[in-house]
Design a protein around this ligand. Structure first.
Ligand SMILES: NC(=O)c1ccc[n+]([C@@H]2O[C@H](COP(=O)([O-])OP(=O)(O)OC[C@H]3O[C@@H](n4cnc5c(N)ncnc54)[C@H](OP(=O)(O)O)[C@@H]3O)[C@@H](O)[C@H]2O)c1
Length: 433
């Protein structure tokens, strides 16, 4: 390993990879002065070489494994994505004694325990600031700035595509499919947007945040996840008339019985900061025992913003290449698993939308069923039927109820004569600590 200049190998030169090369070139002087040495990309792993890509003086290999094997390279930057080639590449780089920087949340959430343990044994660093909330320095904040706190909660908007879709639907009344198509055309959503929409991408990031916040191992199967595709413009409108905004949140919360970890659409009071974070922005709220509540807001994706975090990791390594990075705040062997609280056991307030026949008795049957399950109604909006219609939407907010109980009650309500099969059930989070 060199003692002067840090030699960097970049594997995967797509959106984030090219932006990383551009920052390292464009900001070379200030980066060298902050890192205490210069950082130079000496080897690029590019499966496809595009004529418009300028890799400078770097050696270029089509096989990314050649970069991991290059004895000249000090730090390998993995910007391929996924859990296949990227996993093998990082293992090889660590075995070859190289530090690793990655933006790959899926890989860290799924294989992070193993990769970090390998890095610890090999005496190299693995850093992944860009893997959660792109340009927001949330990992450094949790791992370093919050180190004196007991964290009781991390919650946020951690998928920009989903937030863009919900914002467009709520501010312009647009339909889900229509906004999704625009998000793809604008390059916010992946070509296959499944992970953005069904909550998988946010769940990967939540797994990483929860590990840092609570000192637990990365647990890919822990989060409950629910996507945004069932949200209708009508639900967003009803929520707004009741003083709420709907956001797709990842929430990890420490309870006496264990950890809550869930990703789902959520009604938030308009007065809360998270409620006003719109478009492709991300925001993460952290509640700490000493500092209180912090909210970090910023670009959660995009080449330059994400590469800004990649480069910050590179500079950290260049400053102190011999230190142990403690990727999750403590050695992996010191992480302590905690039970995950099943979603059905988690109580919250609820937004319920039903459609029912505008006839005497239906409303009292509904309230009777809720009362029989000890679910009290906080507010209720019943619209008059539209001209020529005999069905009316009924929207209500409940007080605290466990999800399992809420589902039981809703099923009984749906079985009532005069109640339509179409309904919505969304958690409400007040974030009142
Ligand atoms: N884009 C963002 O805003 C963002 C934000 C946060 C985190 N990230 C993460 O950053 C990473 C990179 O994302 P990206 O948006 O830059 O992706 P991208 O634009 O699709 O670039 C991926 C690069 O990896 C190469 N690649 C893919 N499969 C490969 C393989 N099997 N062997 C060798 N090279 C391969 C691709 O080559 P070809 O050109 O040949 O396909 C491409 O150059 C991912 O982990 C992603 O989750 C991205």
């Amino acid at each position: 390993m060199s003692t002067g200049m840090m030699k960097i190998g970049v594997c995967g030169v797509g959106t984030v990879g090219m932006a990383t090369l551009n920052i390292l070139r464009g900001q070379a002087d200030s980066i060298a002065s902050r890192a205490g040495r210069s950082l130079s990309v000496t080897h690029v792993g590019a499966r496809t070489q595009y004529s418009e890509h300028d890799y400078g003086a770097a050696r270029v290999s089509q096989d990314v494994m050649d970069v991991a094997r290059d004895p000249e390279v000090d730090i390998l930057v993995e910007l391929i994505g996924g859990t296949g080639v990227a996993f093998d590449l990082i293992k090889l780089a660590i075995a070859e004694g190289k530090h690793v920087v990655t933006a790959n949340k899926a890989l860290i959430a799924e294989h992070g325990n193993e990769l970090i343990a390998l890095a610890e044994s090999a005496g190299v660093q693995i850093r992944f600031e860009a893997s959660v909330a792109g340009g927001i320095p949330i990992i450094k904040t949790l791992r370093e700035a919050m180190a004196a706190n007991q964290v009781s909660e991390v919650a946020g908007i951690i998928n920009g595509t989903g937030n863009f879709i919900l914002t467009e639907m709520s501010t312009k009344g647009r339909e889900f499919e229509d906004v999704l198509a625009e998000a793809q055309a604008l390059g916010y959503a992946e070509v296959d947007p499944t992970f953005d929409i069904d909550g998988t991408d946010a769940a990967h990031k939540l797994v990483i945040l929860a590990s840092l916040a609570f000192g637990i191992p990365l647990s890919i199967d822990a989060p409950f996840k629910q996507g945004i595709n069932a949200i209708t413009p009508a639900d967003l409108e009803y929520a707004a008339t009741m003083g709420y905004r709907v956001k797709h949140l990842g929430i990890a919360r420490q309870r006496a019985e264990g950890i809550e970890m869930r990703v789902h659409p959520t009604l938030i009071p308009e007065s809360k900061q998270l409620a006003s974070v719109d478009g492709v922005l991300n925001a993460v709220m952290i509640a700490g025992s000493e500092v209180g509540e912090l909210v970090l807001i910023g670009p959660g994706a995009g080449g330059a913003a994400t590469a800004s975090s990649v480069c910050a990791d590179l500079i950290d390594i260049a400053r102190q290449p011999r230190s142990s990075s403690l990727a999750l705040g403590t050695p992996v062997a010191s992480l302590v698993a905690q039970p995950t609280i099943p979603n059905g056991e988690i109580a919250s307030e609820w937004y319920v939308r039903l459609t029912a026949a505008d006839q005497p008795g239906v409303m009292s049957d509904i309230t009777h069923i809720l009362a029989a399950h000890d679910i009290s109604i906080e507010s209720l909006v019943q619209q008059p039927p539209a001209a020529g219609e005999d069905q009316v939407p009924i929207v209500l907010l409940t007080h605290l109820a466990r999800e399992a109980v809420m589902n039981e009650a809703l099923q009984e309500i749906m079985d009532l004569e005069g109640v339509q099969p179409d309904s919505a059930l969304i958690r409400v989070e007040g974030f009142d600590h």
